[in-house]
Design a protein. Structure first.
Length: 377
């Protein structure tokens, strides 16, 4: 297991990178076209993503974090505002709020699902609240009926951080098809990757037109009116960012999207097998997956007794696991620990076991057998 930094060994890893075999050839074609900035490939990625997942409008960005920033800016979130958010997520969900000059206000989560608790959201809403942010943790959709009702009742828009949720469904709809603003990540270990990249979807045309400006210097690249010698429009009235996706990145994403059913199918098979095999263990408790939803199994979190002991046991058997996310309020940039009981429980016993496209049947069987051995100790 001794290896140099950035080298991958022969252990069973908690993650992998899904790169279809023709990706290199397609990138070479884009490079040889001499148009490698935002162009044809970026537009095709957006159109194909819309068609695949029944999405009305789509904007591409250079990262999932950029997608969050653009979404917040589109909603006018800024200094003095609050956003009710989940504290159980990768920190980018909430640092994006800080970067807008606003304050993330943490609601508690549901220990069973690891998603934000709608009842706790209501308790955190104040006169300063500008929006609600939820995360479909592990590709397991939040209770959007309740969260959207809260949004309607309090006139608050909802950003769905769907970094984990490409291909997941809430009831009969793909994540991204309905809602206010929905953001996706195409980061390296996601089901579709382009190294780093992001997408934003919305059914709202007004939001869409704003998003297009926020991802490129306040300019709508598709509809800008320019002159023979001036590439910028006469009027720029929005302070936008440099968040656009280039065509090299988009090419990689397009190939991944073309093959997306392959990792989705394999993850579904492994995830459902884990759920059957671990359903009745003593030291392992499964996350709850509502029957009406379809998870993509971007990650597979479990609750385990003796987490560090479990991690060492798995590592001794050449199976790498990690906790991925910690409660965000443990970091001083968010103002200190809050009294959130379900978050406290989850932060102490949740861990991720490997689930990804590169796992062989032998790997999966070893993971199952090793976890059952731990459970019998």
């Amino acid at each position: 297991m001794n290896k140099k930094p950035y080298e991958i060994g022969d252990e069973i890893r908690p993650w992998s990178v899904f790169i279809p075999p023709e990706t290199g050839d397609e990138v070479r074609k884009t490079l040889e076209s001499k148009w490698i900035n935002t162009g044809k490939q970026e537009g095709l990625l957006r159109e194909e993503f819309k068609k695949k997942f029944s999405i009305p409008y789509c904007v591409a960005t250079n990262s999932g974090t950029s997608s969050l920033r653009a979404a917040l800016a589109t909603l006018g979130v800024g200094p003095g505002d609050e956003v009710v958010s989940t504290p159980y997520t990768f920190i980018a969900t909430n640092t994006s709020i800080l970067e807008q000059g606003a304050k993330p206000v943490f609601a508690d989560i549901n220990y069973e699902t690891l998603n934000i608790d709608p009842k706790s959201i209501i308790k955190k809403i104040t006169k300063k609240t500008k929006a609600i942010m939820c995360v479909h943790y592990g590709g397991n959709a939040c209770n959007m009926d309740e969260i959207r009702k809260i949004g309607r009742d309090y006139n608050l828009p909802i950003i769905e951080d769907s970094a984990h949720a490409i291909g997941s469904k809430y009831k009969d709809d793909y994540i991204g098809a309905k809602g206010d603003i929905i953001t996706f990540s195409l980061q390296v270990v996601k089901i579709i990757t382009c190294g780093d990249g992001g997408l934003i979807t919305t059914p709202n045309k007004t939001y869409y037109n704003k998003l297009k400006k926020f991802v490129w210097y306040g300019v709508d690249r598709e509809n800008k009116k320019t002159t023979l010698i001036d590439p910028l429009p006469e009027k720029i009235d929005v302070l936008g960012y440099k968040f656009n996706m280039n065509d090299i990145t988009a090419t990689i994403g397009r190939v991944g999207l073309k093959h997306v059913d392959e990792p989705l199918t394999k993850r579904k098979r492994i995830g459902e097998l884990y759920r059957r095999e671990f359903a009745n263990l003593k030291k392992i408790k499964l996350v709850h997956y509502p029957k009406e939803n379809t998870p993509n199994y971007q990650i597979f979190p479990i609750h385990v007794q003796g987490r560090m002991k479990f991690a060492k046991f798995m590592r001794e058997n050449s199976i790498f696991i990690n906790i991925n996310n910690r409660r965000n309020d443990r970091y001083s940039i968010f103002g200190g620990l809050k009294n959130l009981p379900d978050l406290e429980r989850a932060d102490q016993d949740t861990i991720l076991i490997p689930i990804h496209f590169d796992l062989t049947d032998e790997n999966v069987n070893k993971i199952i057998e090793t976890i059952k051995k731990y459970d019998k100790q």
